[in-house]
Design a protein around this ligand. Structure first.
Ligand code: PMP
Length: 309
């Protein structure tokens, strides 16, 4: 039997492609106890040139940055990880997929400081549709504002994509689902809008686009960076700007960006309709360009796609 059907049948585990069901860890693995891992979330899209990874180098770079922040000794080079991602997609025969590289502290010692533990590297893939629901991309999503805050800058390093930090995201997301929202926007320690539990946030007011600054306790999203470039290409340069909760309510348009969420319009916040209460025109324009590039229909002027080969 090959695992759950949505997962690719092979897992890249410390340099070898092995069957999904053999890719297991020991119960004493440090990461299981303390969240000591760094990871990435990447998408490959079906394009006329075959499956192509979106922003492959940028994601591998961020994985290395997260490892540097968290003092995890990477066991493979940049090029080896890059190649391994392509090999895993090819081995699993996907047209399109989500890719999860994960580097974690394994067994060796149980103390909190885990640097004596082994470092394990895995990559697996799964077929994943739109993250916030099938209608989300067209209709937009209803979101709340979480009662949980993002980490203050001197508590956790928000720029690192580090496993344990996602406990914060889980609280925000559980609360959202329990209250009937697709997602929650989380405020930073000063009470300003930071980001979703797994997405960056954009606001449009009188034709000007804003997004949370990198110093707003956010993950430096790769989709965020591309969308800022797309918006500039379309003649809407984006300003990084601190955003208050009430500004969200009176904005003309809001949307999320993320590898999983792609470009998802937000149609209400705290049950207050945003703009016309549906996807706005600038969001639609950016979304269209984003999917044209990712699916290879439009010209990839910034070299964001890497065919798996
Ligand atoms: N913020 C958080 C907390 C995330 O987990 C993600 C998803 N990686 C993002 C933002 C969006 O980042 P990206 O566009 O690189 O996927």
């Amino acid at each position: 039997m090959s695992g759950s059907s949505q997962f690719g049948p092979k897992v890249w585990y410390n340099g070898k492609l092995i069957p999904w069901e053999d890719a297991t860890v020991h119960v004493s693995a440090h990461a299981l106890h303390y969240g000591s891992s760094v990871f990435e979330g990447i998408r490959a899209y079906a394009t006329p040139r075959g499956p192509s990874v979106f922003c492959l180098d940028e994601h591998v770079e961020r994985l290395f940055d997260s490892a540097k922040i968290f003092r995890v000794d990477m066991q493979y080079t940049f090029d080896e990880i890059r190649q391994a991602i392509k090999d895993t997609i090819r081995a699993n025969g996907h047209e399109s997929c989500y890719i999860r590289p994960l580097v974690f502290r394994g067994t060796g010692a149980l103390g909190v400081e885990g640097r004596k533990c082994s470092v394990e590297t895995v990559i697996f893939t799964l077929e994943w549709g739109s993250y916030l629901g099938p209608e989300a991309l067209e209709q937009g999503v209803d979101v709340g504002v979480s009662s949980w805050r993002r980490m203050a800058p001197d508590t956790f390093p928000a720029m690192g994509k580090i496993g344990g930090q996602y406990v914060n995201s889980q609280f925000a997301k559980m609360e959202a689902l329990d209250l009937g929202y697709a997602e929650n926007i989380v405020l930073d320690v000063n009470g300003y809008a930071s980001e979703g539990s797994g997405e960056n946030l954009f606001l449009i007011d009188r034709g000007q686009i804003y997004t949370t600054p990198l110093w707003g306790s956010i993950l430096a999203g790769i989709t965020r960076r591309c969308v800022m470039q797309i918006a500039a290409d379309l003649g809407h340069p984006v300003r990084e700007q601190t955003m208050s909760r009430e500004w969200l309510y009176i904005a003309d348009e809001l949307f999320f960006t993320g590898t999983a969420a792609e470009v998802t319009p937000i149609r209400s916040v705290d049950r207050i309709p945003i703009g016309e209460g549906r996807r706005g025109p600038i969001t639609a324009e950016i979304q269209q360009r984003f999917f044209d590039v990712t699916t290879g229909k439009g010209e990839d002027t910034h070299g964001w796609l890497t065919p798996v080969g």
